[in-house]
Unconditional design. Structure first.
Length: 371
């Protein structure tokens, strides 16, 4: 076995050990990129993660020249380029030399800064079986071409990274399933124990109020009944939060049932067949819950209009009321924790969150999520 082959095996072993320890996308990609550059002697690298819709994010970077980091990596976080275009149209399926990097060309044309001699790079798709996750790009100053052996090594490393990303994905899904099961168990326990006790307390207080002839005692029993009923309502809402009954029948049924529980009449408009991944359905459910609860608390109306539109790879949810509304300035922070929570949930799923509201003209919340 020659020295080069032994060196490659050592590199693959070190990368594999690092990947096997990782459980978080961000940290694992940053660390493995540093290790890759260190053991191969290359200087610059970056990783794009690309979703099913072709949208990409700069997930990791190391030693980018100033021209590419200008204005908080703007050039690396937007626009298209040869490698991403080829990846999205299915023509990039192995390690390849990039003769002219469009991002570097733009940086030079616009005088964004020093490229430090970086003009070319190799690009490698991150895959695991038939699943694709993004691209690994590496280069060095004045290096204009990678030979066959170098590309083969990069391809082996990219396969390791892709397998690690798939493993992390599967682990996260298992954790989400376990968390859902635990929430369901807790909701069931609350319903079978605390909920029933509060119901019994309410009935007992009502009986005591009817049997008592003393006014003060009647008032006390009435107060206890009111408290028990209020606690019962809060408990039922909590159980709904933990275990969304009806979600197994779909997001539309769940939101309608939740609206009914709040005392709202929900007018539904649905376009498209809705069959969603569990994480997106769960996210929409939580967003819809918060929006309906806001309508109940703040709008002053009992009628809510809910629209769900589904296309091949995107779903939109719109919740509208004609209530009191509020003055909303898009340039400022969202005015409540509930709205911020909806926005955070939406963006965590890769979607966009929009709100429109005017005093005495109602509020519209619209969420768009790719899948």
């Amino acid at each position: 076995m020659n020295e080069n082959h032994l060196s490659e095996l050592k590199i693959l072993k070190e990368i594999a050990e690092l990947l096997n320890r990782g459980t978080d996308f961000q940290s694992i990609l940053t660390e493995v990129l540093k290790k890759l550059l260190n053991v191969t002697g290359l200087q610059t690298g970056w990783i794009f993660l690309i979703d099913r819709t072709g949208q990409f994010v700069l997930a990791a970077k190391e030693n980018l020249p100033p021209a590419l980091t200008e204005n908080q990596n703007t050039l690396m976080c937007s626009g298209d380029c040869w490698c991403i275009n080829r990846y999205n149209n299915g023509r990039l399926d192995k390690a390849t030399n990039i003769i002219e990097c469009k991002r570097l060309e733009i940086a030079i044309e616009q005088g964004l800064g020093d490229t430090c001699g970086l003009t070319h790079h190799a690009t490698v798709p991150l895959k695991a079986g038939n699943e694709k996750f993004g691209l690994l790009n590496v280069g060095s100053p004045y290096k204009t071409r990678f030979n066959h052996e170098e590309l083969a090594l990069l391809e082996s490393i990219a396969l390791q990274i892709g397998s690690a990303l798939k493993r992390i994905n599967l682990t996260q899904r298992e954790q989400e399933i376990a968390l859902t099961a635990e929430r369901n168990r807790l909701a069931r326990d609350l319903h079978d124990s605390v909920n029933q006790l509060l119901f019994s307390l309410s009935l007992t207080a009502r009986g005591g109020m009817e049997m008592s002839k003393n006014t003060d005692v009647k008032e006390t029993f009435g107060y206890i009944q009111d408290l028990a009923q209020e606690a019962l309502n809060e408990m039922r809402a909590l159980i709904w939060q933990l275990r969304p009954r009806g979600l197994e029948k779909g997001i539309v049924s769940a939101l309608c049932s939740y609206g009914d529980m709040l005392g709202l009449k929900v007018n539904i408009n649905v376009n498209g067949v809705i069959h969603l991944p569990s994480t997106i359905e769960e996210g929409l459910w939580r967003i819809g819950q918060e929006a309906l609860a806001n309508c109940k608390k703040h709008s002053g109306e009992t009628i809510v209009h809910l629209s769900i539109h589904s296309s091949e790879n995107r779903i939109s949810l719109k919740i509208k009321d004609h209530g009191t509304g509020f003055h909303y300035d898009e340039t400022k922070e969202l005015p409540s924790l509930g709205l911020k929570s909806m926005k955070d949930r939406t963006e965590a799923l890769g979607g966009t969150f929009h709100i429109k509201s005017e005093t005495d003209k109602g509020t519209i919340i619209k969420v768009n999520i790719p899948f």
